[in-house]
Design a protein around this ligand. Structure first.
Ligand code: UD1
Length: 429
């Protein structure tokens, strides 16, 4: 199993290209099931989760080809994917595959919308709370699907196709909104999604669906209206930049000091997190090429942050912010409101010398003058990258074990950081 070795203490200088967003790529790939035509996606990141979803879609009969590199392409540049779901040969998504990645459960919606039936295993994914799918099932029922749960599988049927309906989510759910949106596109009649998630990845998927012929208005607001159409066609779409990767490297620079251009990053996708970083003492400027982040010797100021659905502070940057605050000059508070049990990084950060007190969903972080390297273990995607951030500022060597979590969501992390001067290397085996 690969490990990542980090020797901390060096500021970061240079530029980091930001990849396409994982959390848009996955639903975009799934949306390919809605049409017989080819969907071409540009700016697809090379991630373990993308490979896994490729396997899952192949199992349904989807044909995926990755275009080779063109002359002049940057080494490892994001890939172009041609996805063709001309013939769906199987409407079952088995446990062995779905249990490895929660987002793959979303295939339920396009399969039922197009084929009238689907059998999808209940999901797995990061171990961050119970993460139920009740709201996703509710959305499908509102669109007229008959749902049964049997042997760990959700079995959905809509013999005469889905019908438009009113879906009001009692809490904001990204996955629920994706499912409702994809299902509603091919339903007969009009659907209204209330209290919809407003995340930029929802807007990106809606933009692609609109190019495929869907009639959607209001994506990016809490009320999305979809007029169903009989069929969708192929299109070409470029995945938006990853705001979580952007925020993660921004926190890394705030942690180590230095000056880095996050190439291709868009500030409006993470304004709240950038504001928090400014409060913490980072200098941030938007340029045509991306976002520039710098911190001089002034030190890190403590902050008080509560996670919230977009446009609030993202839960997917909570662990990284906590890592940063371990070195703040004073006491910070972070409240996690989206997922219970998303503090698994706390005990590992403590191994590096962090002082964090947990009380339910609230974490109080007493900044310390120094962190020291230690062996640590990655427990989930975002938690593992928070350990990397802490390690970059720790004295001596940190070995991050179980890095397969990192590979699920961060493309070439060790390469991107080491090009900016960090001592980071992957040890295979
Ligand atoms: C997506 C993101 C994930 C991010 C999360 C919140 C992807 C691939 N993943 O996950 O990185 O951390 O949004 O921004 O895009 N809930 C229910 N019932 C349901 C569904 C959700 O109670 O049926 C709850 C969840 O337990 C959680 C909250 O709703 O407390 C939000 O979850 P949701 O937005 O659905 O997260 P995901 O779509 O799984």
């Amino acid at each position: 199993m690969d490990r990542i070795r980090i020797v901390g203490g060096k500021p970061l200088h240079g530029s980091i290209p930001i990849s396409g967003a994982k959390n848009a790529t996955l639903p975009l790939m799934i949306a390919s099931l809605l049409t017989r035509d080819t969907l071409i996606l540009d700016n697809v990141p090379r991630l373990a989760d993308v490979l896994l979803l490729q396997r899952i879609l192949s199992n349904h009969g989807v044909d995926i080809t990755i275009k080779g590199k063109r002359p002049g392409d940057v080494e490892h540049s994001n890939q172009t994917m041609h996805i063709s779901a001309a013939d769906i040969v199987d409407t079952t998504a088995p446990y062995e595959l779905v249990s490895k990645m929660r987002g793959s459960f979303w295939v339920l919606a396009p399969l039922v919308a197009r084929m009238g039936r689907a059998k999808v295993s209940m999901p797995g994914g990061c171990a961050i709370g119970t993460r139920p799918v009740d709201l996703l099932i509710m959305a499908m029922e509102r669109l007229g699907a008959k749902i049964e749960i049997d042997g760990g599988y959700v079995i959905a049927n809509a013999d005469n196709g889905l019908e438009g309906g009113e879906i009001e989510f009692p809490k904001v759910t990204v996955g629920g909104t994706h499912v409702a949106l994809m299902g509603a596109c091919l339903a007969s009649g009009t659907s209204v999604i209330e209290n919809a998630a407003r995340e930029p990845e929802i807007v990106d998927v809606a933009d692609c669906l609109i190019k495929m012929g869907a009639r959607i208005s209001g994506a990016g607001t809490s009320r999305i209206v979809v007029e169903g159409v009989a069929k969708l066609s192929g299109t070409r779409h470029s995945v938006l930049p990853d705001r979580i990767e952007t925020g993660t490297y921004a926190m890394a620079v705030a942690m180590t000091g230095g000056d880095v251009l996050l190439e291709g990053a868009r500030p409006e996708l993470l304004q709240n997190a950038l504001d928090v970083l400014s409060q913490a003492g980072a200098e941030i400027s938007a340029t045509n090429a991306g976002i520039r982040i710098a911190r001089n010797d002034a030190g890190i100021r403590p902050v008080d942050v509560t996670t919230a659905p977009f446009p609030g502070f993202p839960t997917d940057l909570q662990a990284q912010l906590m890592a940063l605050m371990t070195r703040a000059r004073g006491t910070s508070r972070i409240t996690e409101t989206i997922f219970e049990n998303r503090f698994m990084h706390v005990q590992e950060l403590a191994r590096l010398g962090a002082h964090i007190h947990l009380d339910g969903q609230n974490a109080t972080i007493e900044g310390v003058d120094r962190l020291t390297g230690a062996p640590v273990m990655a427990t989930d995607l975002r938690a593992s990258v928070s350990l990397v951030i802490a390690a970059l500022a720790a004295e001596g060597e940190t070995m991050v074990n179980r890095v397969y979590h990192l590979d699920r969501g961060f493309e070439r992390l060790e390469d991107k950081l080491s090009r900016c001067g960090a001592t980071v290397e992957r040890i295979s085996g």
